[in-house]
Design a protein around this ligand. Structure first.
Ligand SMILES: Nc1ncnc2c1ncn2[C@@H]1O[C@H](COP(=O)(O)OP(=O)(O)OP(=O)(O)O)[C@@H](O)[C@H]1O
Ligand SMILES: [Mg+2]
Length: 276
């Protein structure tokens, strides 16, 4: 069964005014993109900077409204009735951003950061205060941090630890889908493999579905079952990750792969582990 279905997704942004008459040429960020992601699958979205990867992820969680197209996530249509579906959508899909420095409130203790979504969604989760506190401790353990971290502040952690905290917060509402937008790109190389392994373990144990956005092809090869290649907002190639990476059909994909020195997953992850 498909957890995510996207059909004919288009997104245009207003361009800057140019020329004598202030003519605005629209920026086409997504151009007729279709894809389906099965429940429990990890789908990678790759492409150069500006190819539309983040725009697609943002459309999925309602942060951006598509110009055209259809989206369905776990049977929900986030575009049809936003008032009604916004809360259920947030319970289904959570997003983890690249930069755990700016995505965590520096004034809040880590325990409160992770507990906040449990409070927002308490009617569904049905957790009272003491149960939420236990939930925070469990989530911290799940992402490999001691429960004592709850009383500390984000600045007291390393980048990798902060990304673990962001992942714990994303899991607090027991979502079914994680959108990971460059989840390891801001981290030290030595920490990237640990976070990728954590994400893989969480996906298996919790049955999560991933949309993994990255320009780190080594990370995508390690973390994703299938991959889609975006080029100027268009899906130019899609398939099983190993097939696409070993035998790319499109010139654009070949160039993208040629631009990275090492995308052999075992080699590149081993290099990163060795650095750990
Ligand atoms: N709010 C916005 N207003 C105008 N243009 C935008 C906006 N957001 C994105 N764009 C444009 O849409 C295109 C796609 O951007 P997007 O952020 O989706 O790319 P990306 O593939 O995520 O790139 P990166 O790898 O650098 O993160 C780019 O040309 C970008 O400049
Ligand atoms: Mg992006």
């Amino acid at each position: 069964m498909s957890m995510i279905v996207i059909q004919g997704l288009c997104k245009q942004f207003r361009g800057a005014a140019t020329g004598l008459f202030g003519h605005r040429k629209p920026i086409v960020a997504l151009d007729d993109v279709s894809l389906a992601i099965a429940e429990g699958e990890s789908y990678g979205l790759v492409g150069e900077s500006g190819s539309g990867k983040s725009t697609l992820a943002r459309c999925l969680v309602g942060l951006e409204r598509p110009t055209r197209g259809r989206i369905e996530i776990d049977g929900l249509d986030p575009l049809a009735d936003r008032q009604r579906t916004a809360k259920r959508l947030a319970e289904t899909v959570q997003i983890v951003f690249q930069d755990p420095y700016s995505s965590l409130n520096p004034r809040m203790q880590v325990g409160a950061i992770i507990e906040e979504p449990m409070i927002v969604h308490r009617s569904r989760l049905g957790l009272r205060r003491d149960a939420r506190r236990r939930g925070v401790a469990r989530l911290l353990e799940r992402v490999g941090l001691p429960p004592s971290c709850a009383a500390r502040y984000p600045h007291q952690f390393s980048g990798g630890q902060r990304q673990r905290i962001a992942i714990a917060r994303a899991l607090a509402v027991e979502p079914r889908v994680l959108l990971l937008d460059e989840p390891t790109s801001a981290l030290d190389v030595s920490v990237q493999a640990q976070i990728l392994e954590l994400l893989g373990a969480l996906r298996r144990s919790m049955g999560l579905t991933f949309l993994f956005v990255s320009h780190d092809l080594g990370a995508v090869r390690f973390a994703c079952d299938r991959v889609g290649v975006l080029w100027h907002g268009r899906m130019v190639e899609e398939g099983v990750t190993a097939h696409v990476f070993d035998a790319p059909a499109q010139d654009y994909t070949k160039n993208l792969l040629a631009a990275v020195p090492e995308v052999d997953p075992d080699a590149s992850i081993a290099v990163r582990r060795a650095g750990a």
